[in-house]
Write a protein that binds this ligand. Structure first.
Ligand code: TRP
Length: 401
């Protein structure tokens, strides 16, 4: 790593904040810049030992690659204290795309692997403040997004999904405590806001922070015990949780742990982040099988232009979107390795790799679409206790006090 990168200076052609991702992302450098920890092989071994499921290939393949105090979550599992999961989505499009699904699918694995409760925040306020979206549209999109989230396969037994506009009252005591502890200067330097930015943007980080504290959910966790929280999210969300961790001790609460993913690249560049603003860059859950195939066939390829060149030089897998997606969505290590060798040696072409990807991705998206059709939004959003080991003890401690 060059000295500027080692010192945590941002890369000159790459900018990553919760509100903008531009350029070719240098993930190792972001770890230094944000002050997070890389996920080490030792930590993966520890997670694998504690998990009730086989290790997720996204940990093995480094898609989830960075964290903050994940060891403390392992300690909480080992000592039987337990933890809960928190993730979220700022509604800005009617349909989620594959990039949005990465943290959600991984959250589903974590939930099953550790048998823990999950809360999902639909920040229907966030993009109202930061993008040109009306309040009515944001709320309507949030409801559509909840269906997409449910389609990932969560169970209403241990999952609570809430919209900020509906749930804010219960969280407000924690929101107010957090707002009092955060200064304008901290928000400015974490998010790069300027004097002209509206104050909704400045106030919102406290609303994204509040679900990191179990006391924001009295119907699930009671009001007297702080349960440890683990937040799966893409690396761009880290500034929110760096601030949240900073103020946690002042609330006498454990600092939330975070596990960060890289971005799923868009169809038009293997190095950036899938953008919902460009329909040709993203594959949406709402896309038909035909559209998905068409979009994949048009994706940027790392293969040379002619067959002769391909046979001579092979394909550049780093620049090949279809191959990068296979690394994410193909579970089969052996098949992936065979494709890697054949494609980089020019024995198969871009059309073959794209066909394999279409055959893997189509059933995944079809499954999502089918589950979405039966999604019970009101059931998941109802204010109710959840079922998980230890739930009765937490709620009883609340009733006794
Ligand atoms: N800020 C996130 C977005 O832009 C939404 C969000 C709210 C979130 N709470 C979260 C993301 C918790 C990850 C974890 O979409």
């Amino acid at each position: 790593m060059d000295p500027a990168a080692a010192a945590g200076d941002p890369a000159p052609d790459c900018n990553v904040t919760p509100y903008t991702v531009t350029g070719s992302v240098d993930y190792q450098r972001l770890v230094v810049q944000f002050g997070t920890e890389p996920i080490t092989p030792d930590l993966i071994v520890r997670l694998e030992k504690l998990s009730k499921l086989p290790l997720h290939h996204w940990l093995r393949r480094g898609l989830f690659y960075s964290h903050r105090s994940l060891n403390e979550i392992c300690d909480a599992v080992e000592t039987g204290k337990g933890f809960y999961l928190y993730t979220g989505r700022g509604a800005s499009t009617g349909s989620l795309h594959l990039g949005h699904l990465i943290p959600l699918m991984f959250t589903k694995w974590l939930q099953d692997a550790f048998d823990v409760p999950l809360v999902v925040q639909l920040a229907d306020d966030e993009k109202f403040f930061s993008k040109g979206i009306t309040l009515e549209d944001a709320r309507a999109m949030a409801r559509e997004n909840i269906k997409d989230i449910i389609s990932v396969g969560f169970s209403p037994r241990n999952t609570f999904i809430f919209c900020d506009f509906d749930y804010i009252g219960t969280m407000y005591p924690n929101v107010a405590r957090i707002q009092k502890l955060l200064t304008l200067n901290q928000i400015r330097s974490a998010f790069g806001f300027v004097g002209e930015d509206n104050i909704g943007k400045y106030a919102y980080p406290a609303i994204q922070a509040a679900p990191s504290f179990s006391t924001s959910f009295p119907h699930i966790f009671g009001t007297h015990t702080h349960l440890h929280c683990l937040i799966p999210c893409a690396i761009d969300q880290d500034p929110f949780f760096r601030l949240t961790r900073h103020i946690a001790p002042k609330l006498r609460a454990p600092k939330p742990a975070v596990i960060h993913s890289k971005f799923l690249p868009g169809l038009q560049s293997a190095r950036g982040k899938m953008a919902s603003s460009d329909p040709n860059d993203a594959i949406f859950i709402s896309d038909s099988d035909r559209i998905i195939a068409k979009k994949i066939r048009a994706a940027v390829s790392g293969a040379p232009k002619t067959l002769d060149e391909l046979r001579e030089k092979g394909a550049n897998l780093e620049e090949d979107v279809a191959f990068q997606y296979l690394c994410v969505f193909d579970h089969d290590d052996e098949r992936l390795e065979r494709i890697r060798q054949d494609y980089s040696a020019g024995r198969i072409g871009t059309g073959d790799v794209k066909n394999i990807l279409i055959s893997i991705l189509t059933p995944i998206v079809t499954g999502l679409r089918e589950r979405r059709a039966g999604a019970d939004v009101d059931g998941f959003s109802a204010i109710r206790p959840l079922e998980f080991p230890g739930a009765d003890i937490l709620l009883a401690s609340c009733r006794n006090n």
